[in-house]
Design a binder for this molecule. Sequence first.
Ligand SMILES: N[C@@H](CCC(=O)N[C@@H](CS)C(=O)NCC(=O)O)C(=O)O
Length: 213
Amino acid sequence: MAETLELELIGVPQSNYVWTTRIALGEKGVAYKFIPERPHSPAVDAIHPFGKIPVMRHSDVTLYESKAICTYIDRQFADKPLIPKSAAGGAVCEQWVSVINTEIDPLLMRQYLVGYFFPSTPDGKPNRPKIDAALPKMPKHFELLDRAVGKTGFLVGDNFSLADCFLIPILFYMAKLPESKAMMDERRNLNAYLSNQLKRKSVADSLPPLPQG
Ligand SMILES: N[C@@H](CCC(=O)N[C@@H](CS)C(=O)NCC(=O)O)C(=O)O
C-alpha cells in the first residue's frame, strides 16, 4: 500500500466511536482526511478484523479500535495531551474509557439506541422489548456520570481528556431519545456538562447528522 502522509480516518460521522476519534483529532489540531465508509464495507473490512469503524491510516501505521487510534493520535502529535501524564491521572482516564466501552456503550448505545435507530422489527418501528429491557438499568449509569462530572465539569481532574471524547457522543444521542432525555433532564450536572461540551470547537466542528429514526 502507498505511504499515507496525511492521516486518513475511515467511518461514518454518525458513529459515536468515529466521532470520539474526530473530537480527539480536533483537540490535537491534526488535519486529516475523513473517508466516509460504513461498517463491513471492503475498505473497513480490509483493516478491522470484525468490520467495525473507525479505522485509520497514517504513514506506515494502520489501526483499528477507537481507543488505540486515539492513543496513537495523542502520542504521535505532542501538543495538548488527552491522556494525563501522571500515573494516577492516566489510570483514571483509562478507567473511564474502559467503563464507558464495557458498560455504558453496550447498554445505552448498542441496546437502547439501537432499539430505536436499527430496530430490526418487521415494520421498522422501535424495538420495544429491546428498549424496555434497557430502561431499568439506565438510571444507575446516568447517576454515576452525573456525580462524576459534578465537581469540575470533566470526567478526569479539571481538564478535558480522552474520557470526555468517549462520553460526549453518547450523551449527545441520549439527549435525542425520549426516556434517556427524561433521565438526563433530572440530572443537572450532566445537562450542564453536555451543553458546555457541545460548544467546544472540536465537538461542534464534527457534529454528526442525525440518523433517521
Ligand atoms: N470497540 C470498537 C467498537 C466500534 C463499533 O462498535 N463501531 C460500530 C459503529 S458505532 C460498528 O462498526 N458497528 C458495526 C458492527 O458492530 O458490526 C471501537 O472502539 O472502535
